[in-house]
Unconditional design. Structure first.
Length: 296
């Protein structure tokens, strides 16, 4: 058995060899590593970081210590914390994640919020999540929404394996999520939905060097980058959604704040959408595009 305090000290020491905090003064670097060591151990023990601090004189088994040390070692090499721990929080969910999928981010929770709001007035029907990744959006819609079925698609079979594993673990036999392999609208032949939701790739390949190393070197490029200055997948979503929406159905997209205005302009110029609007995330950046399909 090992003291929690000892595990924190060793983990923090391992983290301090990372280059990630090199720009900080020594004291600030130590504090940052201490904080991250607490966050890692709290996730492993499934308690809050504050509880880890309060339990510092308690003993835990050797296997817990080794999990913490291995997570710290991987983190010291630059690997994202969520991958090191194998999990990430999203809304009310804890999702299993690894390098096969994009790490779910708080900004995307606003996308789910809006999809739930625009469909709250009635029950039933289908929701679609294009490019599901870890399944964060699809599983949230299934567990919080009023749909009969949620269809989640992804071009990557590896991502679908992660997403379906999350759905099975969280919802079991009661899952209403159906996973389909394919890009964009290809696996959705004949499907009409009340809402289509997507967090598509929206970073231009030219912007790769501006991304944090923990993103560009670890997260799947397929989920990050889009051609035509980051606009390619938006154009495909806007063009194809009407063919898979019920009359009056909704398209809800996560957008890059730098391209939000242009995406909204293209939605309005398409001529098949009404009630086009942009919404801000918790940091005040334009993050969500909402558009309603109204055929002429």
């Amino acid at each position: 058995m090992i003291l929690i305090r000892t595990i924190l000290e060793v983990s923090s020491g391992i983290l301090q060899v990372s280059t990630e905090y090199n720009e900080l003064e020594t004291v600030d670097k130590e504090r940052a590593c201490d904080r991250e060591a607490r966050e890692m151990l709290s996730a492993i023990l499934d308690v809050t970081p504050g509880e880890v601090s309060r339990r510092s004189d308690k003993l835990v088994d050797e296997s817990t210590a080794q999990r913490a040390y291995e997570a710290a070692r991987r983190r010291s090499l630059g690997e994202p914390l969520a991958y090191c721990l194998g999990s990430a929080a999203f809304r009310h969910l804890i999702l299993n994640v690894d390098s096969r999928v994009l790490i779910p981010r708080p900004e995307t929770e606003v996308v789910v919020d809006e999809a739930l709001k625009v469909t709250a007035s009635q029950s039933g029907g289908i929701a679609i999540d294009i490019g599901t990744g870890s399944g964060a959006i699809a599983i949230s819609l299934a567990t919080e929404g009023k749909f009969d079925r949620v269809i989640a698609t992804d071009l990557s079979p590896d991502a679908l394996a992660v997403a379906s594993g999350n759905a099975n673990r969280i919802m079991g036999q009661s899952s209403i999520v159906e996973f389909r392999k394919g890009g964009d609208f290809e696996p959705l032949s004949g499907v009409k939905a009340r809402v289509i939701v997507s967090n598509p790739p929206y970073i231009s390949p030219d912007e790769r060097s501006s991304l944090p190393a923990s993103v560009r070197e670890w997260e799947p490029s397929m989920a990050l980058f889009a051609d035509e200055g980051g606009m390619a997948r938006y154009d495909v979503r806007l063009a194809g959604a009407p063919g898979h929406l019920e009359n009056g159905g909704w398209l809800v997209l996560e957008v890059d704040s730098r391209r939000a205005g242009e995406t909204a302009r293209r939605a309005r110029e398409d001529g098949r959408y009404s009630e086009v609007r942009l919404l801000k995330d918790l940091s005040g950046r334009q993050r969500v595009l909402v558009a309603r399909y109204n055929p002429a």
